[in-house]
Design a protein around this ligand. Structure first.
Ligand code: TK8
Length: 346
C-alpha cells in the first residue's frame, strides 16, 4: 500500500518534470547559446519569416541566405520561410509581429506608413532614381535613423533589403503619355501617397494587398498594377497583362523586420547574430534583385509590349506628381522629408 503510494508520487514527479521540459522546448523561450541538444532541436526558437512574394523572388533567396548564415553561427534558431502571403500579407504580418504571434516579415516600406508616417519618405515619387542613391540613403545614418523609428511600434528593423524601382503594367493599351493613364484602374499598395499619386496622374487607383493582385488582374477587376520588373515577371503578371511602361516612378525598399516582443527575449549575442545575418543577407538580396530585374525586363518583352516614357513626358509625370510631394510633406514630417532630400542630393 505504502510502496504503491511512493511509486505513485514518484511517477507524478517524473511526469510533471517531463511536462515542464516539453513546455520549455516548445515554448521556445530558452536562452541557450548553442551547445548541446541541437540534434533533437530542444530549446530552439522557431523564427517564421513571412513574405508576400513567391519562391522565385530575391526575397526568398535572401531569406534562405539569412537562414544559412544564422544556422552556421548558432543552433539556437530554427528558421522557417513562408512565401506568397501564406501566413499573411504585409500589413497583417506587421500587426502579427506587434502582437508577437509572428516572428519575422519582409514587407515593402509602403504598408509600414500606416504604422509610422515617416516611412512615407520612400513613397515620394521620383526621389530615389538610381541604385547608388538607394544604397547611399539606406546604408548611411539616415537609414539607421529610420530603422530606429520602428521600435516605438514594437518592431525591430534588422536590415534594408530591396523591392526596387516600380514600373507600370496594364491590359488596356500602351502607356506612353500622361493622357494614356486616364481612367485606368490601377492597383496600388495600401498607402495613401501612392493612391494620390495615381489620382493626380489621372488614373483610377484602388489599394489592395499583394496576395489578391494576380486574381484581380485575371478577372479584370483592375486594369493594371505597378511593381519592379523582377516581381512582375516572377509573379507571372505577364499572363494577365499586355503592356509594360518604364515609369520608374518610385523606389521601394524592403525591410527585414522582427517582432520586438521576440527580440526582447533574446540574448545580446543572439541579437548580434540576427542583425549581422540580416545585413549580410540583405547585400545578397540586393545583388540578386538587381540581376533579376535586368533579366526580367528582357523576358517580359517577349510577351508584353514595352513602352519607354520619353524624357519630356517624364517631366510631365514629375510635374503632376509634385503636388503629392507637397501635400504629404507635413504628414510625413517636414524635418524628415528635408533630411531625406538632402541625403539624396549628397
Ligand atoms: C510583397 C509586397 C509587394 C509590393 C506590392 O509582400 O504590394 O506591390 O511591391 O512586393 O511588398
Amino acid at each position: 500500500m505504502r510502496k504503491n503510494k511512493i511509486t505513485g508520487l514518484l511517477l507524478t514527479v517524473v511526469l510533471v518534470a517531463a511536462l515542464f521540459l516539453t513546455a520549455c522546448s516548445s515554448g521556445g523561450t530558452s536562452t541557450k547559446t548553442g551547445s548541446g541538444n541541437e540534434s533533437s532541436g530542444k530549446g530552439k526558437r522557431t523564427l517564421r519569416i513571412s513574405m508576400g512574394v513567391n519562391e522565385e523572388s530575391p526575397s526568398y533567396a535572401g531569406a534562405v541566405k539569412f537562414k544559412e548564415i544564422v544556422e552556421s553561427k548558432t543552433d539556437d534558431f530554427n528558421i522557417e520561410i513562408y512565401h506568397s502571403s501564406q501566413l499573411a500579407d504585409d500589413r497583417g504580418a506587421i500587426e502579427m509581429l506587434q502582437l508577437g504571434t509572428l516572428e519575422m516579415v519582409i514587407p515593402s516600406t509602403s504598408p509600414v506608413v500606416n504604422f509610422i508616417p515617416e516611412f512615407g519618405v520612400f513613397d515620394l515619387p521620383f526621389t530615389i532614381t538610381n541604385e547608388e542613391t538607394a544604397d547611399k540613403v539606406l546604408d548611411g545614418p539616415f537609414g539607421d535613423k529610420m530603422l530606429g523609428l520602428l521600435a516605438a511600434q514594437d518592431l525591430v528593423g534588422l536590415a534594408w533589403w530591396e523591392n526596387g524601382f516600380r514600373n507600370l503594367t496594364n491590359s488596356k493599351h500602351p502607356v506612353e503619355t500622361v493622357e494614356d493613364l486616364k481612367g485606368l484602374k490601377i492597383r496600388t499598395m495600401e498607402n495613401e501617397i501612392h493612391l494620390d499619386l495615381w489620382k493626380s496622374l489621372g488614373a483610377n487607383p484602388t489599394p489592395m494587398a499583394f496576395g489578391e493582385l494576380f486574381v484581380s488582374l485575371q478577372q479584370g477587376v483592375i486594369d493594371g498594377q505597378e511593381n519592379p520588373y523582377a516581381s512582375i515577371y516572377q509573379s507571372k503578371f505577364y499572363e494577365v497583362q499586355k503592356y509594360v511602361s518604364d515609369t520608374n516612378h518610385v523606389y521601394t525598399p524592403f525591410l527585414l523586420l522582427l517582432s520586438k516582443k521576440v527580440w526582447d527575449e533574446l540574448t545580446p549575442e543572439q541579437q548580434v547574430i540576427l542583425k549581422e545575418a540580416g545585413v549580410e543577407a540583405g547585400k545578397y538580396n540586393r545583388q540578386v534583385n538587381r540581376e533579376d530585374n535586368a533579366e526580367s525586363l528582357e523576358k517580359l518583352k517577349e510577351t508584353l509590349t514595352f513602352s519607354e516614357i520619353s524624357p519630356e513626358e517624364l517631366e510631365r509625370f514629375k510635374q503632376l506628381a509634385q503636388p503629392t510631394i507637397e501635400k504629404y510633406k507635413d504628414k510625413i514630417g517636414a524635418g524628415i522629408v528635408d533630411e531625406y532630400m538632402k541625403e539624396i542630393a549628397k
